[in-house]
Write a protein that binds this ligand. Structure first.
Ligand code: ASP
Ligand code: MG
Length: 417
């Protein structure tokens, strides 16, 4: 039995017209002989009545008076409604389908309401349903905890549901349907000739997704990567195409992803750089106090550099006021620069190749872009720049690494797909 998981986001299921496209994709997969798990998000986006944000509006979120457990009961309704609505339309087309909540589909989570992590998936119920049905429609973004209470997985969590079900059922592929044509080389609103990538590695997309590329939840990628199930990110409104996410050394396509120096550029705006300096003999105390104060206040920090006379790190602009106040209370004099953007240059092939950082620096300084900070890992080089230079910076990098050019090695495979 070949199993395929297809996940459709909120805009894909928002109205009957969009759901026509959804149903066509499902029908095609059934005709191709697959058993299908279809994971759905809530219908549409605010002000659509059953969208997650509209449900939250009903209790004046975030000024609500209910518990996080009750909030999950409310939010879970959106995806449950969506699963039943789609199942109804599938049955009308004589496609044998059944709708299940996340809990009924065997998704077990921890007790962390609103942000629950999937602990285990028991696929027995779905496997049994496949004896009678071709399509099991599962409400995304939810599960149940050990007490049997409803839980939700954090915003964007339907991707994670799809990945977890794909992993547990050893699916042939997880298809993430969205309103763009796949994973782009850069944000198309910033780079005019950005294009959809044919193939990326799990690690590359994880880095892109954590750094601002919004097409897929990074936790979903991690789950699929561990289970070695390929993901295809594709458009609901196109019959083919999309970006295949697979292992770096996958030869299934006759292509080695690690041949490519740079794959894409992501950026995350509106963050602040905070610097705290001190005399060298005071440094140990200061360094541990600063980070402890941030941790105690629940402020998540990033881009951390520690040097003998100081520390520098970033926080989202929305946290800057709080972070600065705490530092001052502790007797420090922070130097704060708001309105910065973190630009990530991601590529599995950059490992061990000399000159990548130098090309990045030259491309940016050549455009007069000030680099405030940098960091690097095996597959990513990050730079912090002022928000106002984003357009210049991302375009210069896109150009420097020739990202608008179609890769020819993939062409043969793609025409077959
Ligand atoms: N409906 C949920 C949200 O808006 C989950 C999802 O769509 O993935 O975050
Ligand atoms: Mg999403």
């Amino acid at each position: 039995m070949q199993i395929l998981v297809q996940k459709f986001g909120g805009t894909s299921v928002q109205d009957k017209q969009s759901r026509e496209h959804v149903i066509n994709h499902i029908e095609k997969a059934v005709i191709d002989g697959f058993k299908l798990v279809v994971v759905v998000s809530a219908l549409g986006r605010r002000p659509s009545a059953y969208a997650t944000d509209s449900l939250l509006d009903l209790v004046d979120f975030p000024e609500h008076s209910i518990t996080s457990r009750e909030l999950d009961m409310l939010m879970a309704c959106g995806e449950i409604i969506s699963s039943v609505v789609l199942s109804n339309e599938l049955k009308k087309k004589s496609i044998k389908s059944v709708a299940l909540t996340g809990a009924q589909a065997g998704i077990l989570t921890n007790a962390d309401y609103n942000q629950a992590k999937i602990k285990e998936v028991n696929p027995t119920r779905i496997q049994n349903e496949f004896k009678q049905y071709d399509v099991v429609v599962v409400a995304g973004f939810q599960g149940k905890n050990a007490l049997g209470e409803l839980t939700t997985l954090g915003r964007g969590g339907s991707d994670t549901s799809a990945a977890a079900l794909g992993a547990a059922l050893k699916a042939s592929r997880i298809e993430i349907f969205t309103d763009v044509n796949g994973i782009m080389t850069a944000d198309p609103r910033v780079v005019k000739n950005a294009r959809a990538l044919d193939i990326v590695s799990y690690r590359e997309i994880c880095n892109l997704a954590y750094q601002g590329a919004k097409v897929i939840h990074p936790r979903a990628v991690e789950i699929a990567m561990h289970a070695k199930v390929p993901i295809l990110v594709r458009s609901t409104y196109e019959k083919s195409g999309g970006t295949l996410v697979t292992t770096e050394t996958s030869k299934t396509l006759g292509v080695d992803v690690s041949d490519r120096l740079v794959t894409g550029i992501a950026h995350l705006a509106n963050i602040s750089q905070i610097k705290v300096q001190t005399k060298e003999k005071e440094a140990y105390r200061m360094q541990s106090e600063v980070f402890r104060a941030m941790a105690d206040a629940g402020i998540s920090i990033d881009f951390i550099n520690i040097y003998p006379t100081g520390v520098v790190y970033t926080v989202p602009d929305v946290q800057t006021k709080k972070a600065t106040a705490i530092l001052k209370e502790n007797g420090f004099k922070p130097n704060v620069m708001k309105d910065c953007t973190k630009v990530s240059v991601v590529g599995a092939g950059m490992t061990g190749v000399p000159g990548v950082a130098s090309r990045i620096v030259q491309a940016l300084t050549g455009q007069g872009v000030q680099i405030l900070q940098s960091a690097d890992s095996h597959t990513t080089i990050w730079v912090l720049i002022p928000n106002k230079d984003v357009y210049k910076a991302v375009n210069a990098l896109h150009e420097e690494f020739n990202l608008s050019r179609e890769s020819t090695i993939l062409h043969d495979f793609l025409t077959e797909r």
